[in-house]
Design a protein around this ligand. Structure first.
Ligand SMILES: C[S@@+](CC[C@H](N)C(=O)[O-])C[C@H]1O[C@@H](n2cnc3c(N)ncnc32)[C@H](O)[C@@H]1O
Length: 184
């Protein structure tokens, strides 16, 4: 086989391996890595009314885009938790490049273990099942008045206060918004 054909075949195998890894997700991940488009990120943060006094937590933070945008474009502080250490390293580097490294942190770990009590805003792009499993944690740990925004997925019979539909390059996204109620 010529060197060029061998290189081509290796590139195809590497591409398939990468595609497979992305489709299956990192080992132990509850959902695979799929990015929220930047336009949807901005709309999620606007819908939550994020500002300088907010602390924004993204659960399953991927490449860090939600937390970085919250700090860079809305003046907030924030934190992301992500199971894939490569994405945590990428997020930390992107935060440095965006000039917000002093206001955001990214941690490797399981989102179910994160203490949510410092957050005033939580952002999500997970799945309907995970959102539902997180609901008791939100009601237990988040302060009344804290806001939750989820890309695409709802939270069972907890009806969102608002839902927006947007279309970016032919892909339809829904953004759902809740406010944590006062404790009974
Ligand atoms: C659909 S992606 C969303 C990424 C980012 N939040 C965004 O909107 O662009 C979900 C992310 O959650 C991570 N993840 C899945 N299960 C997790 C878990 N149990 N703890 C922490 N991160 C997890 C995945 O590795 C993936 O990066």
């Amino acid at each position: 086989m010529s060197g060029r054909r061998r290189a081509g075949r290796l590139a195809v195998i590497a591409g398939l391996a990468l595609f497979g890894a992305a489709a299956c997700g990192y080992p132990g991940a509850d959902v695979p890595y799929v990015q929220t488009p930047h336009e949807v990120v901005a709309e999620m943060l606007r819908l939550a009314g994020v500002g300088r006094d907010d602390v924004v937590y993204d659960l399953g933070s991927g490449d860090g885009r939600l937390v970085i945008a919250a700090a860079r474009d809305f003046g907030a502080r924030g934190a992301g938790i992500e199971i894939d250490p490569k994405l945590v390293a990428l997020s930390t580097e992107s935060a440095r490049r965006a000039g917000v490294a002093d206001r955001v942190t990214f941690r490797e770990g399981d989102l179910f273990q994160m203490d949510l009590s410092p957050a005033t805003v939580v952002t999500l792009y997970l799945s309907p099942e995970l959102n539902l499993r997180l609901r008791p944690k939100f009601l237990r740990e988040l302060r009344p008045g804290a806001r939750i925004v989820s890309h695409d997925y709802g939270m069972g019979d907890w009806a969102p206060a608002r839902t927006l539909r947007m279309e970016v390059r032919g892909r339809v996204s829904y953004i759902h918004f809740w406010v944590v109620p006062a404790r009974p």
